[in-house]
Design a protein around this ligand. Structure first.
Ligand code: GZL
Length: 370
């Protein structure tokens, strides 16, 4: 079910232009306009090869709330800009679903060939996606997921396994506490992502399960930081007022929240670390952005679980596939790593699979694309 209507329109337009131009050339020749054979040959030649069909993609991006988001937008924009036959129409949803739904409807009115959607939250998309389907416009969802009543409302999804990301972070924490010989109580606060976003749902679920499986782990605070530095700082300040130095672990659901939490902890006079008796606090984070990894190398973030934003080239390939009439995989997960400055944990075993933990070095920081 791919866009033919627009291409048919182009074909009709192309033929019309050719006939009109041929008629115009014929009149001009009769009106004594001197044009040599090469010109006529050339103009005929150019009429035989109308410009290649430009594939238009309406891109509904969530917003610009985090370093990760900016890297994601850059990756998509650069990948499509590097491809001659594509025109990307970007819309910044400013982290509001109503803005993204409005953008989808505008793209339908503009009769784009494809819609690319990173959905701020998982639910509430059925009607907008049905309108796109009825207009014959394929929708590709990437990064976060949609939960809809009928999966034929979108063509494909490519993204992260957020639940696995959370399990990696919690498994690392369990291994780390064992490695440092700490078997006491662990008071954890969770600065969640945007409520209802796939990344928040998966990462929070993994933590909730880990807390229920570890009798000494206590989840003493859970509040959305909306994936931003400012909200992360604000939530951490509130949690410090409530719990003070009784907080042992801060589970930040993205790097920007971690930046804000570290600022708040330091400003309140506490130290980052694992000497819980001295009221030090351990920071866990997600995304593995360049700033997040710099803080990880310094030991400010104990473990950083990667969530790659580099979807651009994959999405270009997916649309090229569809343009060639091929059907893309309906669901594709991308591979992701995990980073720490602590060298005592080289890998983790989760549900029978092994995952490496990579030590952050200057060389690694230099190589990172985001
Ligand atoms: C995850 C992505 C999240 C990042 C945040 O795939 O949707 O949104 O973890 C970003 O940094 O704001």
């Amino acid at each position: 079910m791919y866009r033919k209507t627009r291409r048919e329109k182009h074909k009709i337009t192309g033929v019309t232009i050719f006939l009109l131009s041929a008629a115009l050339l014929f009149c001009m020749a009769g009106c004594g306009r001197k044009e040599d054979a090469s010109d006529e040959a050339e103009s005929t030649l150019s009429q035989d090869n109308p410009p290649e069909h430009i594939v238009t993609i309406g891109f509904s991006q969530i917003g610009s709330e985090s370093d990760w988001r900016m890297a994601s937008t850059k990756s998509v924009q650069e990948a499509f800009a590097a491809h001659e036959g594509f025109e990307l129409i970007y819309n910044d949803g400013q982290q509001k679903q109503e803005n993204q739904i409005k953008a989808i409807r505008e793209f339908i009115d503009q009769d784009v060939d494809y819609i690319l959607l990173d959905p701020c939250v998982e639910t509430g998309w059925d009607s907008a996606l049905l309108e796109a389907k009825e207009a014959g416009i394929p929708v590709i969802v990437y990064d976060r997921e949609v939960v809809v009543s009928d999966n034929s409302l979108y063509t494909a999804w490519i993204g992260s396994d957020f639940y696995l990301e959370g399990k990696k972070a919690c498994t690392w924490l369990r291994e780390y506490l064992q490695a440092i010989g700490y078997y006491g109580d662990v008071n954890i606060v969770d600065i969640q992502g945007t409520f209802g976003a796939s990344a928040q749902i998966g990462r929070s679920r993994a933590l909730d399960e880990a807390v229920s499986e570890n009798s000494r782990w206590h989840l003493i605070g859970q509040e959305t930081g909306d994936f931003t530095t400012s909200k992360g700082r604000e939530v951490m300040e509130e949690m410090l007022i409530q719990h003070g130095g009784n907080i042992n672990v801060v589970y930040c659901e993205n790097d920007n929240e971690a930046y804000g939490a570290i600022e708040a902890i330091t400003k309140a006079g506490y130290k980052i670390g694992s000497d819980f008796a001295a009221h030090e606090m351990l920071i866990l984070s997600f995304d593995s952005t360049s700033e997040g990894l710099r803080l990880t190398k310094e030991g400010k973030i104990a473990v950083n679980t990667e969530c790659s934003p580099l979807y651009g080239p994959r999405l270009v390939r997916m649309i090229e596939q569809m343009e060639a009439g091929e059907k893309p995989e309906f669901r594709t997960y991308i591979e992701e790593e995990q980073f720490s400055a602590f060298t005592g944990i080289g890998s983790l075993r989760i549900d029978g699979d092994s995952y490496f933990v990579t030590r952050v070095t200057d060389e690694l920081l230099d190589e990172r694309e985001y």
